[in-house]
Design a protein around this ligand. Structure first.
Ligand SMILES: NC(=O)c1ccc[n+]([C@@H]2O[C@H](COP(=O)([O-])OP(=O)(O)OC[C@H]3O[C@@H](n4cnc5c(N)ncnc54)[C@H](O)[C@@H]3O)[C@@H](O)[C@H]2O)c1
Length: 508
């Protein structure tokens, strides 16, 4: 651990989120109330420009100053600088670097955003933590599971955290759904999850027109198509499972409070038969074994006298079917979480619908009638009828003001909230909800899914992958948060230009 504290003291201290730095023997830096965090950005491409500089960092500019940006590509550097210059709130004097190590060396940074292609995350996260910075790393955390484990170790050693870019942890709809499921039992015992990310496009970005590489570009970028379309190649990305699937596998693990125990799956290139080697169609089956004592374990009462309540409430299995395809966009992206009392559908990160199970509604009505001394009404329905009310469900709002609609604020609010929370956690020595352990879980899910696809076998997932010799942060926190209230910061920011005019429009 590189400090004088004994392991016992360490464990005691880290049992509160705020204790991590102190437990590592590192004096956490204190901030004045109005002091800004100095942030460096490594990888100023599309996600950094649109979701972060264009939304989250702009709205939190009173807390976070973009002190420096770094990118190896002149096109990204130039468009990122343009965003800074044209903004009234962002720091137009941010220093610009090509080499991230030089940036870490020369700038006194408090934190770093890493938004580079997946294969670059690991060395950058490690170097940033070693430079004494907290890190915001885009998903997926790393190219291998071992690298993610190394990052958890490095956080422990340095007393810094990694917030992972699974923004659903900061989305009021997801937090509300978690709270209703976990604390209120609204959907009962979760028994099945269906999730998909369906698009009808090649996933290939167009290369910029009228572009002449600079001398530096030539030094760093040997193949422009590979540089821009890194998602399509297995040596720079791990394909659909890490670029899209991990968001939703993260959600499933969050709701179930544990990691899956098995996965099988198939995948191949079936349509976009160009030079890519990452699959364009995948279909997988994940299995969780939920045990008493697990956070997601939900005891239930028996519904017939033939059922054994003891067996019913011992360990049980939950499965998730997952598909990601590139030839049909029906159902687009989202998760359907089905329990024995009802289901939640969370579609496109911008809404929460509840679908009541008819039997449970009848049961609740019967209980209420009996309590009131009234006659129990006949059962209203026994099953779903396509198109019936249960099928369509009801919208669950997250707003304090009933007039507020979800169309005004949607995905972007998670982009805002995650940076508000990041600033707060850096300044107050906190621990992100989507922390390095959350990043490890989704890396395990994504990479084990690929292993199942690529070996054609059912792969067991060892729970020991989550074990460490020190206390680790809770990866599954949630809060019943509300969306922005009227008068809060509005969606007033312009869309940042992308680094290219690519044809791929729907990317995680
Ligand atoms: N959370 C989300 O919903 C979400 C959405 C989109 C992308 N992402 C993630 O964000 C990351 C970036 O994705 P993107 O779409 O912005 O990719 P991008 O290709 O548009 O941007 C990556 C940038 O990194 C730069 N870069 C590459 N190597 C570098 C190096 N060694 N040093 C400095 N800069 C380097 C590139 O020049 C480019 O500008 C990926 O991890 C991706 O999975 C997350």
């Amino acid at each position: 651990m590189g400090n004088e504290l004994s392991r016992r003291n360490f464990i005691k201290a880290t049992s509160t989120a705020a204790g991590i730095a102190a437990a590592s023997g590192i004096n956490p830096r204190s901030y004045a109330a109005n002091e800004k965090i100095r942030l460096g950005i490594i990888g100023a491409g599309k996600q950094a420009q649109i979701a972060h500089m264009g939304q989250g960092l702009r709205v939190n500019a009173d807390q976070i100053e973009i002190a420096a940006i770094c990118d190896v590509w002149s096109i990204s550097r130039n468009s990122a600088q343009k965003i800074l210059k044209e903004s009234e709130v962002l720091n137009s004097d941010a220093k610009v670097y090509i080499d991230y190590k030089e940036m870490l060396d020369k700038e006194k940074l408090d934190a770093v955003l890493i938004a580079t292609p997946l294969f670059e995350h690991y060395p950058m996260v490690i170097a940033s933590l070693e430079a004494g910075c907290h890190v915001f790393c885009e998903k997926t955390m790393t190219m291998t599971i071992q690298e993610s484990r190394d990052i958890v170790e490095k956080c422990n050693e340095t007393g810094k955290f990694v917030q992972i870019g699974h923004q659903r942890h900061y989305n009021p709809y997801y937090n509300k759904a978690m709270w209703l499921a976990r604390d209120k039992g609204m959907i009962g015992r979760i028994s099945h999850i269906t999730a998909q990310w369906h698009r009808n496009e090649s996933w290939r970005r167009k290369l910029p027109r009228d572009y002449t590489p600079t001398a530096e570009d030539k030094k760093y970028i040997k193949d422009l198509d590979r540089h821009v379309n890194w998602r399509l190649y297995n040596d720079t990305s791990a394909g659909l499972m890490t670029e899209l699937g991990t968001h939703q596998l993260d959600v499933a693990s969050w709701f179930l409070g544990s990691i899956p125990t098995k996965v099988s799956g198939m995948g191949s290139i079936e349509y976009w038969k160009d030079d890519r080697d990452a699959e364009d169609h995948t279909a997988l089956l994940y299995e969780w074994t939920v045990k008493p004592g697990d956070k997601g374990h939900f005891p239930v009462k028996r519904r017939t006298s033939r059922q054994s309540e003891a067996r019913l409430n011992s360990k049980y299995k939950v499965r998730m079917t997952y598909s990601s395809i590139c030839t049909n966009a029906k159902s687009h992206y989202g998760e359907l979480i089905q329990g024995d009392r009802g289901a939640f559908s969370l579609m496109g990160e911008s809404g929460l619908r509840f679908h009541a199970e008819p039997w449970y509604q009848d049961y609740l009505a019967a209980v209420a009638a009996r309590k009131a001394g009234k006659k129990v009404a006949a059962k209203t329905s026994k099953s779903y009828i396509p198109g019936a009310a249960e099928d369509a469900g009801i919208e669950i709002p997250v707003w304090t003001n009933a007039a507020q609609t979800s169309t005004e604020y949607d995905v972007w609010m998670a982009n805002h909230n995650q940076w508000t929370a990041f600033a707060n956690d850096v300044k107050n020595n906190g621990m992100p909800k989507a922390n390095q352990m959350t990043g490890l879980i989704s890396a395990i899910c994504g990479h084990k899914g690929n292993e199942a696809i690529r070996t054609g076998s059912t792969v067991d997932i060892d729970p020991a992958l989550m074990k460490f010799a020190f206390e680790t942060p809770d990866p599954h926190r949630f809060e019943n948060v509300e969306g922005p209230k009227p008068g809060d910061k509005k969606k007033d920011e312009p869309d940042a230009p992308a680094a290219d005019a690519g044809e791929a429009t729907d990317e995680s």
